[in-house]
Design a protein around this ligand. Structure first.
Ligand code: DLL
Length: 435
């Protein structure tokens, strides 16, 4: 087993008391900074009867009001800005398609700390200055490209800022430059793997050794499948525009949860209904407080991601708390005939039965009853003219989905390559119900 490497070992492996002390100190300072410079949040605090004097350590965090997406829309575009605009050097924006997008602002200090977070993720995935890091996340307003680009520079990798799209060119650069690390969404990684397989490339011919994949939910089964096709270790990375972008949390060699960069962010799990803070191991909504961001320092931001935290000792030696793979979002949970369904549950059933992660979930309402139609793509090896074979496959999928969800779904098997591939975040769900 190779020695674990860290980008900033002193802080990544710091004893709990040291992390705690740093968080206490930074929180007190940050609350004052926000109170003094963000009138909107000051008003929220006043409404709750809290002043900066009430916040003496992280033990007082629960006294602060939450910030939600709604607040960010209210404040669009400059209302949450905590420094003069002249001190900001960049913006990024969320990928949402509905409503006003959230705009996040960065000072140079904010960019530096964000790049450090991404550098930690790259080193945790085995990256060094000898690596060629192909960044195939989108560049532009989306944070994926810029974040991993910054991290890759800090590590000293040769950075290939190719952005997403143009799969043929991706593969050409990857093979010609002998890229060893690939950064993109897991669905795009799966697509690249599929395309390389079709070109006759076997995992041992592909120079990659690791992938850093995030920005969307992906199952353990999908990890296995990508690892096998590309012959790599696939690491998860988490983040959101509101907290900088990727790198809020990242996976280490243990590959079982992501270390939250606790010197910069405090995570909490809350009951989404009551707002009550929940203990380790209990599932709830993930909330983040940014401890040392200057321009856009959100306190107790509700992510809507459903997650569990764990302080269990990690074999990698890092001491920062781990979050599990997000299990869904409070707003992408589908309620079908009264049953809660997460797209990730459907993905698990499909991949366990040997199907690729190319599927679409179509929900509709017919005669006042919800319908669930899962369109599943077959692999070329599965593709057949035999009706009985197709029927048997469909039955097996319907049974698998029923035992996972407790619901009967309609399954439609479709020919290979029918479901549109995504170069960024995949669109898995089409909800046609007009409720
Ligand atoms: O997706 C930032 C990012 C870029 C993360 C590249 C990782 C890699 P947004 O577009 O603002 O930012 O979307 C944030 O994406 O609240 C989650 O619901 C989801 N998400 C991000 N990472 C993961 C992950 C970027 N590893 C929203 N697993 C978040 C599951 C993820 N969901």
């Amino acid at each position: 087993m190779p020695m674990e490497r860290y980008y900033q070992p002193e802080i990544e492996t710091a004893p709990r008391e040291q992390i705690q002390a740093l968080q206490d100190e930074r929180l007190v300072k940050q609350v004052r900074h926000v109170w003094e410079h963000v009138p909107y949040y000051r008003k929220l605090m006043e409404e709750k009867g809290v002043t900066p004097d009430d916040i003496r350590s992280t033990a007082d965090l629960h006294k602060l009001p939450f910030i939600s997406k709604h607040d960010l829309r209210e404040c669009y575009p400059y209302g949450m800005l905590a420094v003069p605009l002249k001190d900001c050097v960049r913006i990024h924006s969320t990928s949402g398609t509905t409503g006003k997008r959230v705009i996040a602002f960065y000072t140079q200090h904010d960019i530096d700390l964000w790049d450090d977070c991404c550098a930690r993720a790259i080193v945790a995935a085995g990256g060094t200055d000898e690596d060629v890091c192909q960044v195939s996340y989108g560049y532009g307003l989306f944070t994926g490209g810029a974040g991993l680009n910054g991290g890759s520079h800090k590590v000293g990798c040769l950075t290939v800022p190719i952005s997403s799209g143009n799969t043929e060119r991706q593969i050409m650069f990857l093979m010609d430059l002998k890229a060893t690390i690939l950064c993109c969404t897991p669905s795009y990684a799966a697509y690249l793997g599929e395309s390389m397989k079709e070109m006759g490339l076997t995992p041992d011919q592909i120079p990659l050794k690791a992938g850093i994949f995030g920005a969307e939910a992906w199952s353990e089964e999908m990890r296995q499948s990508i690892q096998e096709t590309l012959g790599i270790k696939a690491y998860d990375i988490y983040g959101l525009t509101e907290t900088s972008g990727p790198g809020v949390a990242f996976e280490c060699s243990a590959q079982n949860g992501m270390h939250v960069n606790e010197d910069h962010f405090i995570p909490e799990i809350i009951d989404p209904e009551t707002g009550e803070v929940l203990p380790d191991g209990v599932e709830g909504e993930l909330v983040f407080t940014a401890l040392d961001k200057e321009a856009f320092p959100l306190l107790r931001y509700r992510t809507r991601d459903i997650c569990v935290l764990s302080h269990e000792k990690c074999p990698c030696g890092r001491t920062h708390v781990k979050m599990c793979k997000p299990r869904g979002r409070t707003d992408d949970m589908l309620i079908i005939r009264g049953v809660n369904v997460f797209p990730s549950q459907i993905e698990t059933v499909l991949l366990n039965l040997g199907y690729p992660a190319n599927y679409q979930i179509i929900v509709d309402r017919v005669n006042n009853t919800d319908t669930l139609d899962v369109q599943v793509e077959m692999t070329p090896e599965m593709f057949t003219d035999s009706l009985s074979e197709i029927t048997q496959r469909q039955r097996q999928l319907v049974d698998g989905l029923r035992s996972m969800l407790g619901l009967t779904a309609k399954v439609t098997l479709v020919a290979p390559k029918t479901i549109t591939r995504s170069e960024g975040k995949a669109v898995r769900v089409i909800d046609r119900r007009k409720i």
